[in-house]
Design a protein. Sequence first.
Length: 151
Amino acid sequence: MAPTGTTCQQFRDGSSLTLSAELYSKKANSINSISPGVFFLYDGVNLSTAGSITITESNTNSWSQPIGMQKDQAIVYRLDCVRVQGVTVTANSNGDVTISNVPAGSYIMSVKYDPGTLVGFTPPTASTTYQFAITANSISSGSGGIIVKKK
């Protein structure tokens, strides 16, 4: 998990920062703001044959509200950080993201998430950890997690 502004080059070179938490404030019983405004999930992925990359989102506390992807911003980069063209991105209502039509090869994958999708909802009583499991052609590639808690 990486903060706003992290680039493919920073992730590739190991110089990116790590983001561990999203902090929200409440008004009445609902989240009215959350910070930072976006974050990135990066992972190095390898596909031995052309196929798809899937990110499966889950969370503790069985909170039904997922963190949504920001405007279809899931990108596959070659290792030189040039964007791979022709991939298809789909997201479903439970927060899962699939990147299809990925050629065989080694890549850096980036998904930009918008925690603002939690604004307006009543949070669980305890902090919630969101997990993002990444698979490449149904083979585990990596994972990331971020905690969402009250300021």
